[in-house]
Design a protein around this ligand. Structure first.
Ligand SMILES: NC(=O)c1ccc[n+]([C@@H]2O[C@H](COP(=O)([O-])OP(=O)(O)OC[C@H]3O[C@@H](n4cnc5c(N)ncnc54)[C@H](OP(=O)(O)O)[C@@H]3O)[C@@H](O)[C@H]2O)c1
Length: 337
């Protein structure tokens, strides 16, 4: 019998030793195989042991788990024994992801709910299914940037719906259940939110051509609408987090030449998804205050996650965004919206 098992047998009935074991097990079982242990200005292993804890019995729903950051995040969550609900749109990718996670974490409790954020029927169906399950943490990680633009069945620009309208709808619908469990919402934002001050006459930016503007506007609207929604919230909490910049499929829709040129420099210059997603993981454990977010410490791009005050939106714009998003939610609630 290993020394580790002997300790468990000897101490498992004592409360004090349970605490010790929790700490010990947490440090021993966090998966550090994927990311290297060091990153600019931080020791990842130490950071994990200081800022995370065991998530046994905690049900975490994650959108976009098949993406670069989503997969990295799911690995950390699985290593911390969370029970995962994968919300994704591609059955094939999802099956591969489940296989990969279960091979690495055989004890992992994992369910899949199909969700295409660009399709309101799919959003409604996923929402109805989520309402039948316990959820403690809802992570809005799915996102799309430079994809071909279309109008969704809601009439909204698809980039806007994927990054803003659908996640907002899900949050509003699931909030009563999250409240019951003292739940927590994590929204994955972006530095790009600051490039696109909102336009009340064009909420979904469907008249704008540059992808960065539509994407930035969507992130801006979602993050400040949620900040306002949770400002008065007493039973559920919110964290807004961003990863800085990291090479994932989100940039794969750039023109081929541009992508070929930027791919390798991006890999070398910016943090890997495994490191960049630590800010998102931090958001799982820590809430953010009003107009505050979590992101990499150095120039918002490198280093350990840090809380920062946001000076990018006035309270007046923020409340106006919240009012517009509330009106949009009311419209989306009706099936023929
Ligand atoms: N990478 C960065 O530098 C960066 C910077 C700031 C913020 N972010 C944010 O980080 C989050 C994760 O992005 P990533 O970098 O990991 O990009 P990614 O690798 O492209 O992953 C995006 C994820 O979103 C999913 N998704 C896209 N459209 C969807 C839809 N219509 N319905 C449901 N899911 C959909 C994708 O699913 P499929 O696998 O099926 O395509 C994928 O799982 C996004 O919110 C992004 O805005 C990223």
């Amino acid at each position: 019998m290993s020394l580790f098992k002997a300790r468990i047998l000897l101490y498992h009935k004592s409360a004090a030793c349970q605490v010790f074991l929790q700490t010990f097990v947490k440090i021993r079982t966090i998966d550090t195989r994927a990311p290297p242990c060091y990153n600019i200005g931080m020791n990842t292993k130490r950071w994990l042991s200081q800022h995370t804890h065991d998530l046994t019995g905690v049900h975490v729903a994650v959108t976009g788990p098949t993406g670069g950051l989503g997969l990295a995040l799911c690995r950390y969550l699985a290593g911390l024994h969370a029970s995962l609900i994968l919300l994704d749109r591609n059955a094939e990718k999802s099956a591969a992801l489940q296989q990969q996670l279960l091979a690495q974490f055989p004890q992992l409790q994992l369910r899949r709910i199909p969700l295409d954020l660009a399709d309101m029927a799919s959003v409604r169906a996923a929402c109805a299914e989520l309402k039948t399950q316990p959820i403690d943490i809802l992570i809005h990680n799915a996102g799309a940037y430079s994809i071909p633009r279309t109008r969704c069945d809601t009439g909204l620009d698809n980039v806007f719906q994927i990054n803003c309208a659908a996640p907002y709808y899900l949050t509003r619908e699931l909030l009563p259940l999250l409240r019951e469990r003292g739940g927590h919402v994590v929204m994955v934002s972006s530095i790009a939110h600051n490039y696109a001050p909102t336009d009340p006459a064009d909420p979904d930016f469907s008249t704008r051509r540059p992808a960065r503007l539509v994407y930035g506007n969507a992130k801006r609207r979602l993050m400040f609408a949620l900040q306002e929604l949770f400002a008065a919230e007493t039973k559920a909490t919110l964290a807004v987090a961003h990863p800085g910049i990291t090479l994932t499929n989100i940039t794969a829709h750039y023109p081929k030449f541009v992508f070929a040129v930027i791919k390798n420099p991006m890999k070398w210059i910016f943090m890997s998804p495994q490191h960049a997603c630590l800010s998102l993981l931090c958001g799982v454990f820590e809430k953010t205050g009003y107009h505050e977010w979590i992101g990499p410490r150095l120039f918002h791009i490198w280093g350990a996650p840090a809380h920062r005050k946001l000076g990018t939106c006035t309270p007046a714009e923020s409340t106006a965004i919240a009012a517009q998003m509330d009106a949009l939610y009311q419209a989306m609630k009706t099936p023929d919206a």
